[in-house]
Write a protein that binds this ligand. Structure first.
Ligand code: FAD
Length: 287
């Protein structure tokens, strides 16, 4: 099968426009499993995108307080400085993905391409209100993550489009990600949660993975924690934390499957959220 290896976004999208049947390949850790299992057949050509410099790079805009991450950056790169110091939650999530081999090959763009409700990068992007940049031969467009994820393993990518980058705010406050699985490593999340507390903007973001058909936000729980939090110390009372965890559980829409039950998932995601919120009070907050 012909493999096209472009070194620019323009060359990649020209190829995708010329051959609408082409398949984009990044680290291959999702795609090749599907091909090997016979669930998917690659198109007439493969476009390998992990040699494109723009997709392999990142940039920090301190004025805008934003970090832009190339779609073909790997989990190993995201779990290390300097990215890890700008997005602790993304680093936490990256550390939980697969094994060292998977983290060396798997990319954030591939997580978005697959768009599984269990994808570990996705709750972080949702809690941070990430913006996804897409390119095609007709130009580029920016899509908020809330519009990019449209269903179970479904996203807003159009034919001929490439995921170029992901932009997230660099948050002053607290951010963390946690997941529960059937063991401690090499595990798909049974339930996961990301909590972001943006101190200057007085904003709380909570996003849940593996407890619904897509990554879920919890607007009621977010508002409740916003109201009950002491914004100087990022602490909340035990009763407030308890209620926050309960509201997160109530916002989940889990199912029972071969990995876990609906009841366990609902319980676990509330516990995860409560623990994350309790951890926020343990971070040192600048006076
Ligand atoms: C053993 C194992 C363990 C795993 N553990 C985890 C885990 O713990 N957590 C987790 O979240 N995932 C896990 N995964 C799944 C996988 O590693 C991740 O989803 C990873 O992010 C996929 O990235 P990739 O670069 O390998 O994507 P690929 O397999 O190359 O592509 C995946 C999909 O995205 C599309 N795509 C990729 N890049 C782009 C782009 N730039 N533009 C448009 N479309 C694109 C491809 O066409 C394909 O449809 C695991 C996989 C394996 C095999």
């Amino acid at each position: 099968m012909p493999v096209h290896i472009p070194d620019t976004v323009e060359s990649a999208v020209e190829h995708l426009a010329a051959d609408p049947d082409a398949t984009v390949l990044a680290g291959g850790t999702d795609l090749m499993v599907e091909v090997n299992d016979g669930h998917r057949r690659p198109g007439s050509t493969v476009v390998l995108v992990n040699r494109i410099a723009e997709l392999r790079s990142w940039r920090h805009d301190p004025t805008a307080g934003q970090l832009t991450i190339g779609a073909a950056m790997t989990y190993r790169e995201l779990m290390e400085a300097p990215i890890a110091s700008m997005s602790a939650a993304l680093a936490h999530a990256s550390r939980t993905v697969g094994s060292p081999q998977i983290r060396n090959a798997g990319t954030l763009g591939g997580n978005l391409g697959t768009c599984s409700p269990a994808g570990d990068g996705l709750p972080v992007l949702v809690a941070l209100d990430a913006v996804i940049e897409l390119a095609s031969t007709t130009g580029r467009r920016s899509v908020p993550i809330s519009e990019f994820i449209v269903g179970v393993k479904q996203n807003a990518l159009r034919s001929g489009e490439l995921i170029v980058s992901i932009t997230i705010p660099v948050v002053d406050g607290f951010q963390a990600y946690a997941k529960v699985g059937v063991r401690n490593a090499m595990v798909i999340a049974v339930a996961s949660a990301c909590l972001v507390i943006d101190r200057p903007r007085r904003r709380v973001g909570v996003a849940l993975g593996s407890v619904g058909p897509r990554i879920l936000r919890c607007p009621d729980a977010e508002q409740d924690l916003t109201d009950s939090l002491d914004w100087d110390t990022l602490t909340a009372s035990p009763a407030d934390l308890e209620r926050f965890g309960r509201m997160v559980s109530e916002a989940s829409r889990p199912i029972t499957d071969h990995r876990s039950t609906e009841e366990y998932r609902r319980h676990a995601v509330g516990v995860l959220a409560r623990r994350l919120a309790r951890r926020a009070s343990q971070v040192e907050v600048a006076a």
